[in-house]
Write a protein that binds this ligand. Structure first.
Ligand SMILES: [Zn+2]
Length: 223
């Protein structure tokens, strides 16, 4: 019995150690990449979410997850520093992985596209484009709140941290901007980023909404 308890406690501590310590942004990156994959009718939906998180989980190259653009308006604040020098590290990574995807086919290409999407969507986060911010209060708090709303399938929200706000409506145009960069594969659909979890919308109504999107897109392609 004693031996069993030792084994059990070792097993429980192992679970605690290996579970991800912080995964606040994973669902957001996953949802954005999943929409891109669906819009292009890619067949790699099982892996796309994991691939979109490779830069954070595997490369851990956070110094490449920002663009510093001195031409973009940056409000002065005591809570962050605006960049004084241009530095487009994320943009270079986006290009690198999209160029690499062009040389590949099928899911190998989509792995690179998912990685490129990570760098792209990071550049859309205000906190990735300024320096010396209060990480926990501004940056992490923002990503955590957005991630929770996305994983909860919420569409009606606006998140503000340290005076900087982002609303759900801004996300879809970002996806479309990224999709425009994938000019070597044909886009087929315009699927919703998330299908809202709503009490008064039935499962069937959700499917009908989804079909309407697809039908509308097909019409646009034909006409
Ligand atoms: Zn990142």
């Amino acid at each position: 019995m004693k031996y069993f308890l030792i084994r059990l406690s070792a097993f429980i501590s192992l679970i605690i150690i290996v579970s991800p310590a912080s995964a606040w942004w994973n669902d957001t990156h996953g949802a954005l990449a999943e929409k891109v994959c669906k819009d292009f009718n890619c067949t790699c939906t099982d892996d796309i979410i994991d691939w979109s998180n490779i830069p954070d989980e595997l490369f851990k190259d956070t110094s490449n997850h920002h663009d510093y653009d001195t031409n973009i308006e940056c409000p002065e604040s005591s809570e962050w520093t605006c960049p004084v020098k241009n530095d487009f590290k994320a943009s270079r990574k986006i290009q690198e992985f999209l160029d690499s995807a062009k040389q590949k086919e099928g899911c190998s290409a989509w792995k690179d596209i998912a990685i490129a999407s990570h760098y792209f969507f990071d550049t859309k986060v205000f906190w990735h484009n300024v320096q010396d911010e209060d990480y926990f209060e501004c940056h992490k708090e923002f990503e955590q709140q957005v991630n929770d709303l996305i994983s909860d399938k919420n569409m009606d929200w606006k998140v503000c941290t340290c005076g900087i706000c982002v609303s759900y409506g801004e996300l879809e145009p970002w996806v479309i901007e990224f999709e425009d960069k994938i000019d070597f594969i044909d886009k087929v659909y315009e699927t919703p980023l998330i299908v809202e979890k709503e009490n008064n919308i039935t499962f069937i109504e959700n499917i009908i909404e989804h079909l309407k999107y697809i039908f509308h897109t097909i019409l646009k392609i034909i006409l």
